[in-house]
Design a protein around this ligand. Structure first.
Ligand SMILES: Cc1ncc(COP(=O)(O)O)c(C=O)c1O
Length: 350
């Protein structure tokens, strides 16, 4: 799709002068630093964190770029992917005027972020198979449709969207198409980052919270054209990624094998859980999953949820969500956790 990002951008942002941090003004590494009102002594209990971190996370971006095959200037790092989602609304949607298209059932933060930013959403449900209703989505487009959120693999249904449908929408939606790949490492499907050279209106989201096992560090990635990434960098808080996060994620990126082994383990456990759940009679349906969780339909979701909580097993009750009547979402745990869940469900069966 031919797209002019500057026309999509909220007009007042084109002229906005971003905050210039001390580290923007002097980028050298050596010297006596008396420019950022930091504490020269630092803390004895937590050493080496008295200086502000690199506002553009260059070392980290270079490493991520090597692994993902996307140039560093096409990568934005956020305080979780949730920060990237919020910044997209702030960058492209005029409050009370522009709209975002959401495809329920899907990740709840799109709606919440839209609400926080006073942006109206148009909801086009997925099909009963949790696939994209491409015709209905394009019919919902208006002159104020700025963002379209596609989650693949989708949360809470767990499945990949059909690739040709996603590509079709990228090629026909007249705004920015966000493909949220938070669970992509579990899916076996090629990332949409490979489409970036042909798709100037595509933004792909990934995260360190899932397959990398680093949810507490809060690091999300957004991959897009240099133009879109420049806009996100312009409006982000200056030091949005802590020094600790930059350091620890860089360390984790040094051991790709560990991440791959963990991912394989989770996939094996997903198979174990699927097999076990199929033997539980209160489980009526197990939806196919390309993620690290399973959506299951049970006889009475609220009742089963509460009975599991009584046994200190916490799953997610999704029964109030569109197309998810009587559904629970279960994250794949360790073998011990999965066995405990299955034993408990079997007891509830009796
Ligand atoms: C689809 C999807 N996108 C994004 C996120 C948020 O990820 P992060 O921890 O990077 O903010 C989640 C978290 O559950 C998710 O399910």
């Amino acid at each position: 799709m031919e797209i002019n990002i500057n026309i999509l951008l909220r007009p007042h942002l084109a002229a906005l002068k971003p905050y210039a941090s001390a580290r923007d003004e002097y980028t050298g590494k050596e010297g006596v630093f008396l420019d950022a009102n930091e504490n020269p002594f630092g803390s004895i209990t937590v050493e080496n964190f008295n200086r502000y971190p690199d506002p553009y996370q260059q070392a980290l971006k270079e490493r991520i770029s090597e692994i993902k095959g996307v140039p560093p200037d096409q990568l934005f790092l956020g305080n979780g992917s949730d920060e990237a989602i919020d910044l997209l609304f702030r960058a492209f949607c005029r409050p009370g005027v522009d709209q975002a298209i959401l495809l329920p059932p899907t990740y709840g933060m799109y709606e919440v972020s839209a609400g926080i930013n006073d942006v109206q959403t148009v909801r086009v449900p997925l099909t009963p198979e949790f696939q994209l209703d491409t015709k209905a989505i394009l019919e919902a487009v208006t002159s104020t449709s700025k963002l379209l959120f596609i989650c693949s693999p989708n949360n809470p249904s767990g499945n990949n969207m059909r690739r040709e449908d996603v590509l079709f929408l990228i090629n026909h939606f007249p705004g920015i198409v966000v493909v949220d790949e938070a669970y992509t490492d579990f899916s076996g499907e090629a990332s949409f980052t490979t489409e970036l050279p042909n798709c100037p209106n595509l933004l792909v989201i990934q995260t360190f919270s899932k397959a990398w096992g680093l949810a507490s560090l809060r690091l999300g990635m957004a991959f897009a054209s240099q133009e879109i990434i420049r806009i996100l960098n312009k409006i982000k808080p200056p030091y949005n990624i802590s020094g600790l996060t930059q350091q620890k994620v860089l360390e984790a990126l040094g051991d790709l094998t560990h991440m791959e082994v963990m991912t394989k383990d989770i996939l094996r456990e997903r198979g174990f859980l699927e097999k076990g759940l199929a033997e539980v009679s209160l489980v009526e349906k197990i939806y196919p999953s390309d993620a690290n969780f399973l959506l299951i339909k049970v006889k009475e979701a609220k009742k089963t949820y509460n009975e599991l909580v009584d046994e200190k097993i916490i799953v997610r009750d999704r029964s109030n969500v569109l197309l998810c009547d009587e559904c629970l979402r279960i994250t794949v745990g360790t073998r011990k956790e999965n066995e405990f869940l299955l034993e408990t469900l079997k007891k509830l069966d009796e």
